[in-house]
Design a protein around this ligand. Structure first.
Ligand code: FRU
Length: 486
């Protein structure tokens, strides 16, 4: 169908056919990035979950690989992680061989247990003898993420005890024998189920590092449906302690879920599923459904108001930049606009720094007042528009997909906002638009909005539009991005 082609992302991973959700088994090994994922190859609805697989040498050019883990009579192959075992600590490899080990959930109607599977190059992952390796006789116990904790010389698993709203911490010397070390929660947003925990040590912008525990919930997000939250704190090899009991939500829109961090990389890098369980099985593609976010480099930075916050930037995107599309900086008078045509069939990246030239001290006699609105509008001649911008008086940024006509469904809500307090009065946005997706990074990556978008026709015009006050565009850079996916 035409929509299957029109909505196919140019630089984001999406499956050729079938239904995809969570990223799994993210591992960088021997120069190759592995991306496994929750996948039903035979239907574009969730169910009959296998592990799909793609590989890449740069996180953008992805090559599809055969299914790596099948659904079996023991159950579907739910979310999990993969680690490299270069020293054969697991004892699962023959002398002289090393490989990779997947730790994942087998799920059937009344049971969720943790299994391990091994592979030499990751093409297929074969269930090891002795599964399951972890069984709490529970039907809501899933999504193990394993890291090697060097200070204690053992593996650490975080796994969701979903309905109890707890994250279990288990340790193991060999990936086969697991001991419960602690539990975290209930804490933060509970929703119905906790899912897909991740534990990672992230660098802090001005030095040092902190541990961060990510917990996805579904349903129960304040924006509706599924979302991912995180706690900043400390981890001693056995237990995680949060600095504050309150969690922060990663994204101000609603299509960022189940993020997972790569193993085997220097800079912490994560990929999430771009979707929401409220409508992912109804989005208007037919033969395929589901896409991943761009790979994102993650760190922590100090927000003057909220304290330590996750800071995100797309990883290595610069390498895809094509020749700059001309757009001038300078003043845009209140009520006027500046526009440029966009290429079709390619993703584009816009980086812009602007200032709403109002009067922050308030409307003195004849003064300009504190108001003013700056809008970044992607539109077409069908009257559709995706709008992103800043309202100075409200001190908020918005993302508005409500004027796109390709998809409507009760939960596919259109308008999102986040408070922003631009430093030095300048707002900085980095926006990546790619077919059915938009990712908006602002406040140095501390506010990010990730949204599926379904225009009925391609968005081929970019307009910068001011109202209520003049604006000064200090810098603007617009690039098409080289297509990496067929
Ligand atoms: C999260 C999730 C996981 C589960 C998987 C099933 O999106 O519900 O908890 O393992 O998807 O596909």
């Amino acid at each position: 169908a035409a929509v299957d082609i029109m909505y196919r992302p140019a630089i984001h991973y999406s499956p050729k056919l079938g239904f995809m959700n969570d990223p799994n088994g993210l591992l960088h090994r021997d120069g190759l990035y592995h991306l496994y994922f929750q996948y039903d190859p035979d239907a574009s609805l969730a169910g009959h979950v296998h592990w799909g697989h793609a590989t890449s040498s740069d996180l953008y050019h992805w090559h599809d690989q055969p299914i790596a883990i099948d659904e079996t009579p023991s159950g579907e192959a739910f979310t999990g992680s993969v680690v490299a075992d270069p020293d054969n600590l697991s004892g699962l490899f023959k002398a002289g061989q090393t490989g990779m080990v997947a730790i994942y959930t087998r799920a059937s109607a009344h049971s969720q247990t943790q299994w391990i599977a091994t592979g030499l190059d990751g093409q297929t992952l074969t269930d090891a003898p002795g599964n399951p390796v972890l069984d709490l006789h529970s039907d809501s116990f899933r999504d193990p993420k394993v890291i090697f904790h060097a200070p204690s010389g053992q593996w650490v698993m975080v796994v969701a005890l979903s309905r109890l709203h707890q994250i279990g911490f288990f340790t193991s010397p060999d990936l086969q024998h697991w001991t419960e070390a602690s539990r975290f929660g209930p804490a933060g947003l509970l929703g119905i189920d906790y899912e897909c925990p991740n534990l990672v040590e992230l660098p802090v912008a001005d030095g040092g590092s902190r541990w961060v525990l990510f917990v996805s919930i579904n349903p129960g997000s304040p924006q509706g449906g599924s979302c991912t939250q995180y706690f900043v704190g400390d981890f001693d090899g056995r237990a995680f302690t949060a600095d504050r009991p309150v969690a922060q939500i990663i994204d101000f829109a609603k299509d960022f879920y189940a993020l997972q961090f790569y193993a085997g990389v220097e800079k912490p890098t994560a990929i999430a599923w771009m979707g929401n369980w409220q409508y992912c099985q109804e989005v208007p593609t037919h033969a395929w459904r589901g896409l991943m976010t761009l790979p994102r480099e993650m760190s922590l930075a100090h927000d003057p108001i909220q304290g330590l916050r996750l800071a995100q930037q797309p990883a290595g995107l610069e390498a895809l930049r094509g020749p700059r599309i001309a757009m001038d900086p300078g003043r845009i008078d209140a009520g006027s606009a500046r526009q440029v045509a966009l290429p079709e069939g390619q993703a584009i990246e816009l980086s812009i720094t602007f200032e709403i030239d109002n009067d922050p001290s308030g409307p003195a006699a004849g003064g300009k007042g504190r108001g003013g609105r700056f809008a970044i509008e992607f539109s077409n001649d069908q009257g559709e528009m995706l709008s992103i911008g800043v309202d100075a008086l409200a001190q908020q940024a918005w993302l508005d997909r409500s004027r796109l006509r390709g998809f409507s469904q009760p939960f596919f809500t259109g308008q999102f906002s986040t408070p922003i307090a631009p430093r030095d009065r300048r707002a900085r946005f980095r926006i990546i638009l790619d077919a059915c997706s938009v990712e908006v990074f602002t406040q140095d990556g501390m506010e990010v909005g990730t949204a599926l978008i379904y225009p009925a026709a391609p968005l081929n015009l970019l307009r910068l539009h001011t109202s209520g006050s003049d604006a000064i565009v200090h810098a603007v850079e617009l690039h098409p991005l080289a297509k990496t996916m067929e």
